[in-house]
Write a protein that binds this ligand. Sequence first.
Ligand code: IVH
Length: 679
Amino acid sequence: MKKPDDNPYVEPPIRAEFDGTDEITEDEAREQIELLREAVEYHDYRYYVENDPVVADKTYDALYDRLEKVEDEFGLVDQSSPTRRVGGAPLDELESREHVVEMLSLDSSEEEDEVRAFDERVRETVGEVDYHVEPKFDGLSVELVYDDGVLEAAVTRGDGVVGDEVTANLRTVRSVPLRLREAPERLVVRGEVLMPKDGFQELNRRRVERGDEPFANPRNAAAGTVRQLDPSVVADRPLDVYAYDIMETTAEVGSQSEAVGLLEELGFLVDEESRLVDGIGGFVEYRDELLGRRDELGYEIDGVVAKVESFDARERLGSTATHPRWAFAYKFPAKTDETRVAGIAVQVGRTGKLTPVVLLEPVDVDGVTISRASLHNEKQARELGVSEGARVEVERAGDVIPQVKEVIEDGDGSFRMPESCPACGSEVVQEDEHHYCTGGVGCPAQLQGRLEHYASRDAADIEGMGEEVVATLVDEGLVSELPHLYDLTVDDLRALKGFGGKSARKLVEEIEESKEVSLASFLTGLGIRHVGKERAARLADSMDLDGLREADANDLRRVEDVGPEVAETVAGFFEGRGGTVVEELLERGVEPESKETGGSDVLEGQSFVFTGSVEGYTRRELTDELERHGANVTSSVSSATDYLVVGENAGDTKLKDAQEHGVEKLDEKEFREDVLETL
Ligand code: IVH
């Protein structure tokens, strides 16, 4: 992308006179906003597309903050501003939308013969051709529609004719330009939404930490994210869109290379592995090369694509009902192989969840030896029919956890979860599709994990209490429940293998210091199911510890990001064994402290429902703000609702319900003036 000429904000130093909170007129504000948007867009591009930022984070933040401030002060926000990337109001459902140009699929094969046959058909019709060769991205296809250079719509590929409109979600993706520079009047682009491998690993790590199910592979993660109803969730997930085709444009383009060149110039993320080759031999070589390098790429690919370079030739070739005759995908063989199941073990996780682990006769799949595969639960094991002795096809899905894809030959029967915990013998209970040990902190498998977790940096942060030390404490019987940690003495520790006087004193000191802990870290450390670091922070922001201990599921549901299941779990934790553990920790002097919330009770007893969006706020921010002042925010209108806040793009159902129940409506202006501004 070209650098916006003469824009003082694009590179430091930033012009000083635009920095302060100087009085400016509305015209000056408009001018400033334009320059700041260009600058932020340019720096987003350098960072997210080129991977080559030219300013320090601090400088970028200053530009962004200034832009947000001027937009807010003058009420000059619009959907294509880079400040809107944080995600707008949640939707009730995704709308269907017809594609501008029918989205065909690709003819494909794993066989070289078929690839050569495709080339013969091409040459019969148009003679010798060059091919533009590209990776075949393993994500999901989207259509991006730009009018006068502004992103108007993003639609996933559905059945080829109609897809789901996901514009609000894709606006949060930094590699999707919201405005194009020097753009053609009309541009329809096709590309692939992907989750890069590193971002995927990190996202799964965070999910596991919160007790959520990890995504099986980057493709599933990307697909699940794009179909989210809450754009602010999408904004927090690492997605990219690679642009690979122009479907319609008013610009002059005569070949695929020109099309890709134009996309790049306009600020889209285009892939660097694409190139022009002469003839099908070049394509086959390209396939071999990328197959060898697929693990080095930052994203998943499942093959390569050849496209006839010249658009004239393409037109002569035309399309069938399902795919163009000018393109072909040479698919990679799946990363799978066959082996035998040696047994199925059952693992007990930190939160007591039991997971079956398939033990395999070691097999090499695409250069990596696989000897274990995990399953989510008993149901999955049964559905797949995995049991000891079975012959199975295993797959390295998304370079992560190996999976059993299919049973080729049955084993000795069906697998069942044990009725008692393999680690402690306590009863195992089933909740939904999962099984849990009820031993809690009394289960050694959990105790070890629970103590490590409690001592971890995001929790009580007890330095020096890593895996080995915890194992020693548990094995020696010094700690059989979490609160016992606080009974440890220097003498106890000094007697242990690996400890001297100094290290024993140091650890006791560390444990003593951990008594002063923030409520959020304390809650994180308790290892309550579904409550990781982020949710713990939300709970801590809305209640103090006494409040939490007394709260029932209904009270807890008012906390942001806490649904019915989480609310039940948290309430259940404090009512049961967890409550006793907390009591014992407090008795030993642990003092979790709440943050000042800065709230009030001016909205106490008033109930709000939102429909549509309120400019400048996400639904989450609004809910938080009202709840901090005592209001109750719910998702549907009933006779208990006091106000329906009607924002932009409001839904009919809620308006009708409000009418029916005689609920007072507040338009955006009334809501701002009569509610928000009084807080
Ligand atoms: S071009 C009319 N190029 O593969 C042809 N598609 O089964 C338009 N895909 O749905 C597609 N990488 O999601 C094209 N470099 C690439 C691609 C690509 C991945 C996907 C696309 C499509 C599927 C075809």
